[in-house]
Design a protein around this ligand. Sequence first.
Ligand code: LLP
Length: 423
Amino acid sequence: MNHFEVRGGELHCEDTPLSRIADAVGTPIYVYSRATLERHYLVFRDALVEAGLGDPLIAYAVKANSNVSVLRTLGNLGAGADTVSEGEIRRALAASIPPDRIVFSGVGKTRGEIAFALRTGVSEINVESEPELKLVAQVAGELGLRAPIVFRVNPDVAAGGHAKIATGKAENKFGVSFAEAARLYANASNHPHLKPLGVACHIGSQITDLAPFEAAFTRMRGLVEALRAEGLTVERLDLGGGLGVPYFNRPDPPGPAEYAAMVGRVMAGLTDVRFAFEPGRVIAANAGVLLARVVHLHERPEGRRFLVLDAAMNDLIRPAMYDAFHDIRPVRATDAIPVLCDVVGPICETGDTFTRERPLPPLNPGDVVAFMSAGAYGAAMASEYNSRPLVPEVLVDGDRFAVIRKRPTYDEMLAAETPAEWL
Ligand code: LLP
């Protein structure tokens, strides 16, 4: 459930008509609902608690939507942060998320980033490979610390909506194998600068079937038991993110309650473990939309209708990159008979196509449309390609809204560059 609905013929975010935001702040623009972010977080957390998983750490995956106001909204409810760069750790800290709720993941953490994370006192560094383990040990030694580490294990399970976002197969770059995990865990336990706390997995994103999760989590439980049988201490089990959301073109995927019940079943009887989860999309996707205005309606003589918008692939790259489907709704609702349109942006490549032959009500230049389910991996993946200023963001709370990332001016965009002195 989310807080985007038509009232009195107008698409609203909570009690705010979206047209009001488009008129006041301009388009393209991302709009997020505070109530939806909060609801999604609480539904996810409560489902896990009810499934008997204790007091899990819900480390929201910052990469899905890294705006500090979004992080603060979730952090205020007790969320932690799953981060993959120093920049994301800094964002989580800027949102007042305490270090002991911050997880640091990622396959290529640099020496500088590891040092920053250790000095910050993050809750755990999720180690993805043996070379990385060595680097963490070295940096911790230089700092005179004991690094809290969790081994990210690759459970070799196929999952995920698209090949570009599947991470849990042995052929992917993520995590160590089960055999390596056991050996590295034992070695690390005797290391003066390493403190192995547990194991982690993350098998992919937009997963709409519980079976691959269940297979992976069953293997993870087995690993915890095998490590304990060797006399090793395992106190954390991080099960990653990846639960899919409805994008309205397919049947609804399983929700948090079914997911949590499955985890509860798989983990029943496993004691003395603090569970962690790293949900991103399931919290943020349906809490945000991208608003765009129609610039032109271009009907080609062969009969194709192109709706040219002022938003482009640099603002929302998911359709171009993953063939992703986003529902497109006019913000002024109409029951006019839909016509087939190709919806495109102004960028100079054919890939800048949001959808082809989509039935949409007739729209005219100046009309505003909303790309639904755009709160995750939308603004966070935006760029300035074609020298289009980075897309701004707004957070709605009831009938009020705040610009939480402003639209840069052209001067600000150009100010980041320094012409070479010899030019
Ligand atoms: N934890 C780790 C280690 C991850 O790599 C990811 C996502 C997550 C958690 C959160 O997964 P989620 O719950 O959001 O599925 N840009 C792509 C999605 C990339 C996901 C990458 N990793 C998209 O737009 O579909």
